[in-house]
Design a protein around this ligand. Structure first.
Ligand SMILES: O=C(O)CCC(=O)C(=O)O
Ligand SMILES: [Fe+2]
Length: 294
């Protein structure tokens, strides 16, 4: 059992193929280490000010610093990385649209025990999504090298295809060891958890996740990104954080207005037309699938 590593020149289809099989993959050196150093410098004031976790799951020796779209221009580049976005689109097959789910530096301090092994999609009130229907695509970018000793994320490869509600121990898992600038991409259904940090240094990972836009976002982007900052963001990022309709009509404003019009009156409204055709295609796919099952 191991976590497959792909090169930075891999295609989204190659990444998706490993995700479908294993539920997790590392893309080595997707950005230069200097990019991660820059992100860390930009975030330094907030990293230092973040309190330790309030419970065992978040980690009592772990600091979780969010609001990364507002706080770090380099993290915006990570959020918008083309390989990650195209992989997400492929993994969340059939989704008319998807959105940013959360952004968080996870700094696991020395002495932190291993986090309980879990599925990230349990965040949705433990709803038992159908096997193979992924609702979120997750990334953890290494902002320091990830080693088995310092708390590299532990994964149960292939567990995306197993039953819900299973319990795993650390011995059932493998560490996602990777160098700074590499990224672990994993699905909502794969069992995993933060590793125990048995080293004397802190493990820094940038957790950026995306989900189908009919689900609620874990990090509230409307409040985490102040409106005056949101107004300055490029239109595609602004839509990704939530200023867009999800699926066909979710989240419209008053008279069927596109939410982006409210914060950026100059931005072109996509109109219901585009989404309407995407929703129509999704409906056809669903009809074909139910026909095939009959
Ligand atoms: O920090 C990590 O390596 C993983 C953390 C995690 O899985 C979580 O908090 O949901
Ligand atoms: Fe997790």
């Amino acid at each position: 059992m191991k976590i497959e590593h792909l090169s930075a020149s891999s295609t989204p289809a190659e990444v998706c193929a490993v995700l479908a099989r294993d539920g997790a993959v590392v893309v080595d050196g997707l950005v230069p280490p200097a990019t991660m150093d820059r992100a860390r410098d930009e975030l330094a004031p907030w990293l230092d000010a973040t309190p330790l976790g309030p419970d065992d799951f978040t980690g009592r020796r772990t600091r979780r610093t969010g609001g990364l779209v507002a706080r770090s221009t380099t993290c915006r580049e990570l959020v918008m990385h083309p390989l990650v976005l195209d992989t997400t689109r492929g993994l969340l097959e059939g989704a008319t649209s998807f959105q940013l789910h959360l952004t968080q530096v996870i700094a696991i301090g020395p002495g932190e025990p291993a986090q309980a092994i879990h599925r990230d999609q349990w965040a949705f009130d433990f709803f038992p999504f159908p096997r193979g229907y992924e609702v979120q695509c997750n990334t953890i970018w290494a902002m320091s090298d990830f080693t088995a000793e310092n708390g590299a994320t532990r994964v149960v490869p292939g567990s995306n295809r197993l039953d819900d509600g299973l319990a795993f121990k650390e011995a059932d898992t493998v560490p996602a060891e990777m160098t700074k600038g590499s990224v672990l991409i994993y699905t909502g259904a794969v069992y995993h958890g933060g590793g125990a940090n048995r080293s004397s240094g802190t493990r820094y990972g940038v957790n950026i996740t995306y989900n189908r836009s009919w689900l609620r976002q874990e990090e509230n982007q409307y409040l985490a990104v102040p409106l005056d900052v949101a107004r300055t963001l490029p239109e595609d990022l602004l839509r990704l954080i939530g200023y867009a309709r999800g699926a066909y009509a979710l989240g419209y404003v008053d008279d069927l207005r596109d939410p982006i019009e409210v914060v950026r009156p100059d931005a072109t409204a996509t109109g219901f037309g585009d989404l309407s055709s995407a929703a129509q295609k999704a409906l056809e796919r669903a009809r074909e699938a139910s026909g095939a099952a009959r």
